[in-house]
Design a protein around this ligand. Sequence first.
Ligand code: FRU
Length: 500
Amino acid sequence: MSTVNKISKKANYYTERYRPQFHYSPQKNWMNDPNGMVFYRDEYHLFYQYHPEGSEWGPMHWGHAISKNMVDWEHYPIALEPDALGMIFSGSAVVDWNDTTGFFGGKEGLVAVFTHHSKEEVQSQSIAYSNDKGRTWIKYNGNPVIPNEGIKDFRDPKVFWHNETNEWKMVIAAGQKVMLYSSPNLKEWTYLSDFGANEGAHGGVWECPDLFRLPVDGNIHQQKWVLQVDLGDGAIAGGSGSQYFIGDFDGTTFVNENKPSETLWVDYGRDFYAAQSFSDVLKEDGRRICMAWMSNWRYANKVPTTPWRSAMSIPREMELRQNDNGNIKLFQKPITELQTLRQSKVNISNEFVNGDKNVLANQEEDVFEIVAEIENLSAVEFGFKVRKSSLNKEETIVGYNFNKEELFINRENSGENSFSEEFSGRHAVKLTSSKESIRLHLFIDKSSVELFFNDGEVVMTDLIFPKEDSKELELYVIDGEVKVISLEVYSLRSIWNEQR
Ligand code: FRU
């Protein structure tokens, strides 16, 4: 397969209009959730919900890609296809290091745990295994391993090994709650508990949960559990989105340490869904890294891209940290491997800027990264206008308004938006920054913006569909002055096309 990819990396590969240059997208057809993310023998595996016959959602398969660094990806053949038990919906994968399954003759191997969705729309949980580093998969002949006992939406199992109890655990979405199970061998599962019927946000069906432990402020003696649960509608920016809970998991039950009515959001933009973290990242590495589907069920089937539909977010490292108000929150930072994308650089420091001049007036960028630290002296609002064109009257605004104490992305004039009434809009989050300066870290690709605010305390992800030549860039300031402490703009290389 790697030869196939190398040949196709020539001219004209991944050069279509809107084609992401440093995000994963399939060569053609429909993709949704990331699945089965696992690190094994120096390879990161990304499987994904895939419809190989069309560019709208349809009979689900698991597509497959492999990376050595989570930045550069190679396409692999489809890993799992529908069978007599149904389509292959979302799920996870683990390394069965001690052959608890008995699939590997005393050695180790990969096991995928996923949902079968039958013709009658009944969902049950099944497993498959691979002896050849994920290249080919054999479905277990005892499937399903968890049959459906009358739950309508029962899907997206995420499995992990729990050292204290010496067992596998599964967290799975079940209507308006999650259920927890345990198993000695990934084949026989015992129900443990459920969580969430009266906690957090419930604007839509619960889907794609994840459960993992993280140190607080890097202190391994103070660890907490994070339960991430996505909801199909009613999220903070409208439509589908991702929430999380912080608390404790004793091997049987998850307990939320915040008020049940409090909802914490993983991402405040419109296009970050079905996030999942990599399993089995090396202990020496220790990072918890997640990726999500960059779309929203409100318009996912209509976004104006062809011959593919949808891309994944950049990989993000998840951390728990105490914020300035003393609350423990999930912080996210772009993984350091992404720095290998950086090409040329613009550097500005210690410069006073008001509304009269645009210090980035000479720049033209469409695939780039901005790292900025800016101190407000007297401005009402400042930010960046990206993928802008005075001629095309296009711009996407990423800014902070001091009067409203609001961080926002405005994509009302970002480009093509007629494909869905749900698409256009301004997505904002209220937050006060007690720091003197504000840090904005932005990743802009051909059709997306990812914003990390103050070291990833707040993150926003939005799709955009600007014209090819909308490449102007502006640091704008309204009513006053700011001091640019530091500002770096990097052009980013394409992971698909060496000529670009
Ligand atoms: C989330 C989801 C999952 C399901 C999959 C089907 O986007 O609805 O709950 O397993 O997509 O493609």
